[in-house]
Design a protein around this ligand. Structure first.
Ligand code: URA
Length: 254
């Protein structure tokens, strides 16, 4: 390796560490843990921490990336994703947030992308918005969080919680598509404008999408408001309850 290449690599490692420290601070932690994991060993034991590769080295994701492989389980899909470097979100994430729940769930919730808490924990919807989603599932629907499956449109945290960009969505889309194909849920609930508009490939506002049944990959899809929006606008919880009741009716639970 040339001195220049070594300097570039060191700078990239330093940037990743700096970003990790910022995330820890946002999460309210005062210092670095003794062991530093760029990827969660529990979530993906094979993944080794690696510095981000330069943009020009990264392969562009295409559906063939995943479709070409005989993937017959979510675990196999997670393995195939590996320590993904298919888009620029890999440069700032702590770890990939793949999804959680029953691999054969009847009901799947899809959000936008991991936030700071999810990026640190490696699990979707574990922050404040996640707590509200858990209440909707447990108190509203009388189901257990483990009974459903929860995932996001993109599996890595967009920096500063910005919306995922077109190339990032395109890189991650084959993974979500395969996840749904493997789970074969009866119903998908799209949480918020971003998830609903991305899955349905429309720019129609969430106010017009929500409360009405749509279809994604031959599966019934109900768009509703995002729990983070509900934290800011609690009066609109009644609208989400209307949507959730429609889901419960469809599942024969109401
Ligand atoms: N918001 C999302 O859309 N997804 C998460 O996992 C957390 C917050």
């Amino acid at each position: 390796m040339t001195a220049d290449a070594a300097r570039t690599e060191l700078r990239s490692i330093a940037d990743s560490l700096q970003h990790y420290v910022e995330i820890l601070k946002e999460g309210g932690l005062g210092g670095l843990p003794r062991t530093l994991h760029m990827s969660s060993p529990q979530a993906h034991p094979q993944a080794r921490p690696q510095p981000p590769s330069p943009a020009e080295d990264r392969p562009i994701a295409s559906p063939a990336d995943i479709d070409g492989q005989a993937l017959d389980s979510l675990a196999a899909l997670r393995d195939a994703i590996g320590d993904c470097r298919r888009c620029k979100l890999c440069e700032h994430r702590t770890q990939i947030v793949f999804g959680v729940g029953d691999p054969h769930a009847e009901l799947v919730f899809i959000g936008e992308g991991p936030g700071a808490d999810e990026d640190l924990r490696g699990e979707p919807f574990v922050g404040r918005a996640g707590q509200l989603l858990t209440e909707i599932i447990t108190k509203g629907m009388k189901m257990r969080r483990e009974e459903v499956y929860i995932a996001n449109v993109v599996k890595c945290r967009p920096p500063h919680n910005r919306n995922p960009e077109t190339d990032e969505i395109a890189a991650c889309e084959p993974f979500l598509r395969k996840q749904i194909e493997l789970i074969q849920p009866r119903i998908i609930v799209a949480l918020g404008a971003f998830a609903a508009q991305t899955l349905l490939q429309t720019k129609t506002p969430i106010s017009r999408l929500r409360g009405v049944w749509h279809t994604y990959q031959d599966t019934k899809l109900m768009p509703t408001l995002h729990p983070a929006y509900l934290l800011r606008n609690p009066r609109d919880k009644r609208l989400v309850w209307q949507d959730i009741k429609a889901v419960l009716r469809e599942m024969g639970r109401l």
